[in-house]
Structures are given as structure tokens and as C-alpha cells.
Design a protein around this ligand. Structure first.
Ligand SMILES: [Zn+2]
Length: 301
């Protein structure tokens, strides 16, 4: 039974801090049929028409983002353990970077359009959701992986614990998972609401079903069996809102702010600044700051 204090309302949905689940989610939950229609259908052309073009435009910056994740995997895994499953791989650029770095990669992606795009990059993609039947078919083929990448997926699913559990069972012992989700009801957002009069602009039902904090995602990963081994954060783009640049609902300004953040982050990759950048991302995570959180988990040997 999903029950908990109501934090907000958005359209027909209540946003509840669910006692049963241990994280914030919308109520009622969308049906599996609704989600299948959203994600197998026209999600990328209707909801995110510029998403793939923007990834291509931003590829230099994305490469630094992807490399930091591969660097972490490679720092934790033996030299020959280089197989990766990307759950919700979208147009496939994370996997493409893996191939460039010598990884054996596989993607799972429910959107036909995005899966086709990834295939054109030469990536093996399964056009599906990660569920128990897909997990069973991997198990039957005796396929398992050294790393799982699960970026911008858990906020979209009805049952994130089940997705994490399927991922857990597909990992080899000692394998590493990288989970990335938006950081919502964060300290920055609280200040924006309380001091600057913002409404809960981050709510996006029914696309975003779940709203995680570092604490609630780490707890859910532990519930699925993972040991949480590292927490990091992506750039706090909402600092622009604190600076008075209100990009909410203003795509042009949003894009300008994004361009500045890309420039800053690429400059922080310089050898003189890179270790500072890494420490800063860890410090932000410790304070619940960052527009998205990155939490790494390990499957015990
Ligand atoms: Zn619940």
C-alpha cells in the first residue's frame, strides 16, 4: 500500500513521501500499459525532439561525463573485466564511448527510435524494458556483466527496486553499478521555494514517477543487495536560479546556462584542476547538492 505525507500536488497526481517504498513518488502510479505507450512509442520524437541532436552538439562535454564513469569502473574492476550493460541506453553514445575504450557493450532501450539510432552506431541493442523475462533470457544464455550503467531510468519506472534487483542478478560478483537520477527535493530546491518563491518546477508526472534524494536512492540500492561504494554529483545547474537566471520554462536561457556549465566543466578537466573537480563533486554529494546524483554500488563477491 502506497501511503505517506503529501508533499505537493501536480495535476491529477499527489506527490507522496511513501512509507512503504522509502522514497518520494507520484500517486496514483501510471499503469504498465501507459508506460509502455509512452516509452515504446514516440517518447524521443514527442517529448524530447531535440535530445539526440543536442547529445551530438554536446558530445565533447558528454565525453568527459562518460569518461569519469568509465574511469571509475576501470579503477574498481580487474583489467580483463570489461563487459557492460547500459539499461535505458537511449541513442547509444555512452556505449559508443565504451567501445572506443575497449569495452564489450550491450544496450537495452524501450524506444524503437533511440534503439535504431544506437544500432546505427554499431551497438548491440535489445529493444525492450529490463524486466524479469528479459533477465531470464540473459540468464538462459549464461550472460552476465562486469558493470551496469543505469542513467536517468529509475525515476521513470513503477518499480525501481525491481529494476535494481534485475540489474543485481545480471552482474558478476564484484561487479559495479552506476545509478544516475535527478536530485529532487534537494537543499537548493528548498531554498528556491522558500526564499525565491519558486514552485516545485522539477515535478514531471507521469514521466518522472519517483523523486530521489541521495539518502533514499542509497537505501534502495542497499535493499537490492548492493554495497554503496561511491557518491558523486553532476553540476548544480540550479545554482543559476540562485544567481537570478530563471531558466524555468525559458529554453533559450536554459540552453545558455547549459553552454556556460559545459565550458566550466571542460576547463575543470585540465590536469591542474581535475582532482579538485572530482573532490568537489564528492563534496557536493555529501551535502545533497547537484542537479543529478551519481551513486556507485558493488555486488559483493
Ligand atoms: Zn510507495
Amino acid at each position: 500500500m502506497h501511503r505517506g505525507s503529501v508533499l505537493d500536488r501536480a495535476g491529477q497526481y499527489s506527490i507522496i513521501d511513501c512509507d512503504e517504498c522509502g522514497f518520494v513518488h507520484i500517486d496514483p502510479l501510471p499503469t504498465p500499459e501507459q508506460l509502455d505507450e509512452i516509452y515504446s512509442g514516440e517518447y524521443y520524437s514527442e517529448e524530447k525532439p531535440e535530445f539526440i541532436d543536442n547529445v551530438i552538439k554536446d558530445i565533447e562535454w558528454w565525453t568527459t561525463v562518460f569518461d569519469s564513469r568509465y574511469d571509475y569502473f576501470e579503477s574498481r574492476l580487474p583489467a580483463l573485466s570489461r563487459s557492460l550493460l547500459d539499461v535505458g541506453c537511449g541513442p547509444g553514445y555512452f556505449l559508443k564511448r565504451g567501445v572506443d575504450r575497449g569495452w564489450q557493450v550491450t544496450g537495452i532501450e524501450p524506444s524503437v527510435q533511440a534503439a535504431d539510432h544506437a544500432e546505427k552506431l554499431g551497438i548491440e541493442v535489445i529493444n525492450a524494458f529490463l524486466d524479469s523475462s528479459l533477465r531470464a533470457s540473459f540468464t538462459k544464455e549464461d550472460r552476465s556483466f562486469d558493470a551496469v550503467h543505469l542513467s536517468e531510468v529509475l525515476e521513470h519506472t513503477r518499480d525501481p527496486l525491481s529494476v535494481l534487483s534485475q540489474a543485481y542478478s545480471l552482474l558478476n560478483d564484484g561487479g559495479i553499478i552506476c545509478c544516475v537520477v535527478p536530485n529532487d527535493y534537494s537543499p537548493v530546491q528548498k531554498v528556491l521555494v522558500e526564499k525565491l518563491g519558486y514552485s516545485a518546477y522539477w515535478l514531471a508526472p507521469p514521466h518522472h514517477i519517483n523523486y530521489f534524494s541521495f539518502g533514499s536512492l542509497a537505501a534502495l540500492m542497499r535493499k537490492a543487495g548492493f554495497e554503496v561504494v561511491e557518491q558523486s554529483a553532476m553540476f548544480p545547474i540550479d545554482f543559476f536560479l540562485l544567481m537570478g537566471e530563471n531558466y524555468v520554462g525559458n529554453d533559450k536561457l536554459g540552453r545558455d546556462c547549459h553552454t556556460k556549465r559545459k565550458q566550466l566543466e571542460i576547463m575543470l578537466e585540465a590536469p591542474e584542476l581535475k582532482s579538485f573537480k572530482q573532490e568537489l563533486c564528492g563534496l557536493m554529494a555529501a551535502h545533497g547538492i547537484g542537479r543529478e546524483m551519481i551513486i556507485y554500488g558493488r555486488k559483493a563477491t
